[in-house]
Design a protein around this ligand. Structure first.
Ligand code: ATP
Length: 359
């Protein structure tokens, strides 16, 4: 049975429909990430769960209780914001203590909860500092500590890592994953960063324009995106999406030709017919790039992104089509070179050219 159920939830601001009927089932202890581009409605949905925004229609159930009209403070939820929202004149300890005082907890109980949260978040040596004397990552940990001491049924996170630099983000991602394991808590996390979604989530909900495009575990979504939008949103660098023509069909295996790149793809649904135009999806990491002439089309290297272990080569076909290929970081490739590429077997995706839906 689901612990939190979001059932056909809708929200309009004036005539603008920000959420157009959203259904999500969340299990106890699950880490759910709401992922989508700016404006898709993910923060609005999180704010509705928190009780900071009213629900126009549909139901929000938590632990079997309808929450639509329950006050924010009584929902058993703690929210961590992107901006940290710490009290600047209170110390770390006082920031964590404030909500507990308001809730009427006695001092020994408050002290015990703060000590435990500080231990979990490695904040013990910083308890008497003011927020201005902390780094961004430490401030974000205090904001999380303030949520932990309240022992909520559900934690909500609204882009909590957006203000941190790349190295700190990575460190905080690891800490959040550890925190989730240690607290065994139900968490709903909003981000537009697909790497955060892939690395943190038990379940990703991909949203666009107030609707859910796909729900699933990270690898499911990576391996089997339901349409070209999800295909392009998950994965970095983004999946190549190319116009292609079906050249043969044999049961579930469809061979397509995209400007000379010949690829076999396995499909689930109704097979297309020979000659039909489709969209071929192939990730840069599923293309094998080599120097010299090979069986694949020749590609002009326009730009290279060297990451060390691998290089992302941004290339162009003779037909003027762009293709990103991941190649071994040791290959001495540079712009101006010509390479060829072949596709790894079984890793291509086919989509309808008309609807963008997975075939
Ligand atoms: P971002 O990542 O940029 O925060 P988001 O996916 O979280 O985007 P929301 O903040 O949920 O998007 O907003 C969804 C849509 O609803 C946007 O088009 C936004 O302009 C609109 N919207 C949100 N709040 C209000 C409001 N109070 N009044 C009017 N429109 C709003």
């Amino acid at each position: 049975m689901s612990y939190m159920k979001i059932d056909d939830v809708r929200k309009s601001f004036g005539r603008y429909e920000a959420l157009r009927g959203v259904d999500i089932d969340i299990s106890k202890r699950e880490f759910v990430v709401l992922l989508g581009p700016s404006g898709c409605g993910k923060s609005t949905l999180l704010r509705m769960i928190a009780g900071l925004e009213s629900i126009d229609s549909g139901d929000l159930m938590i632990d079997g209780q309808r929450m639509n009209n329950v006050k924010s403070a009584n929902r058993g939820i703690s929210m961590v914001f992107q901006s940290y929202a710490l009290y600047p004149h209170k110390t770390v300890r006082q920031n964590m203590e404030f909500g507990l005082k308001v809730a009427g907890l006695k001092k020994p109980e408050r002290d015990a909860k703060i000590a435990e949260a500080a231990r979990i978040l490695q904040l013990t040596p910083l308890l008497d500092r003011l927020p201005r004397d902390l780094s961004g990552g430490q401030r974000q940990r205090v904001a999380i500590g303030r949520a932990i001491v309240r022992e909520p049924k559900v934690f909500l996170f609204d882009e909590p890592l957006s203000n941190l630099d790349a190295a700190l983000r990575m460190q905080m991602r690891v800490e959040l994953a550890r925190l989730h394991r240690e607290l065994q808590a139900t968490m709903v996390y909003v981000t537009h960063d697909q790497v955060e979604a892939m690395t943190l989530a038990d379940k990703i909900v991909v949203m666009r324009d107030g609707l859910i495009e796909q729900t699933g575990n990270p690898l499911e979504i990576y391996r089997r995106p339901v349409n070209t939008f999800v295909a392009g949103f998950i994965g970095s660098p983004t999946m190549n999406l190319l116009d292609a023509r079906v050249t043969s069909v044999s049961e579930r295996i469809v061979r397509v030709d995209a400007a000379g790149l010949i690829v076999d793809a396995e499909i689930d649904g109704e097979p297309p017919i020979v000659g039909e135009q489709v969209t071929l999806g192939i990730r840069p990491e599923h293309l094998e790039g080599q120097f010299g002439t090979g069986s694949g089309p020749s590609l002009d290297v326009i730009a290279c992104e060297r990451l060390g272990g691998v290089t992302h080569a941004f290339t162009r076909f003779s037909a003027g089509i762009d293709l990103t290929v991941q190649i071994d970081g040791e290959l001495p490739i540079s712009p101006g070179n010509t390479i060829t590429c072949t596709a790894h077997p079984g890793r291509a995706h086919l989509f309808s050219a008309e609807t963008g839906l997975r075939l």
